[in-house]
Design a protein around this ligand. Sequence first.
Ligand code: DQA
Length: 139
Amino acid sequence: MKILILNGPNLNLLGKREPEKYGNRSFEDFFDELKSDFKEFDLYYFQSNIEGEIINKIHEIGFSYDGIVLNAGAYTHTSIAIADAIAAIKTPVVEVHISNVHARETFRHHSYISSVCKGIIVGFGLESYTLALKYFTKK
Ligand code: DQA
């Protein structure tokens, strides 16, 4: 199974960015662990700070991959265009967030993408990605 982990804006700074909210670990380091924990998958990783690049990636792989684990970062709360891209493809998308967005500012409580995703995993730190990948092991 081919699975893409797709991270949006500012998630390239994981490990350095607000560690009290997002932890001390870089995503590259965590991704190595995921690859060894989920050897049954062909796991890929893409990060962009640019909305259009995220949309292009969703289009590019959205008819051939078996799953996408998406942390759209702040675009979660703003992007109808990413929601439309998810609705347009065949590949199921699981929305993840590191922090519990519902325990934070009210502008983080609404997600434009949740309704077009298969499911949502929120607030378990980097473990949110692990839980999302576990969903795909059952497929
Ligand atoms: C986030 C939550 C978003 O509100 C925020 O803009 C992020 C990270 C999370 O993983 O907790 O960039 O998606």
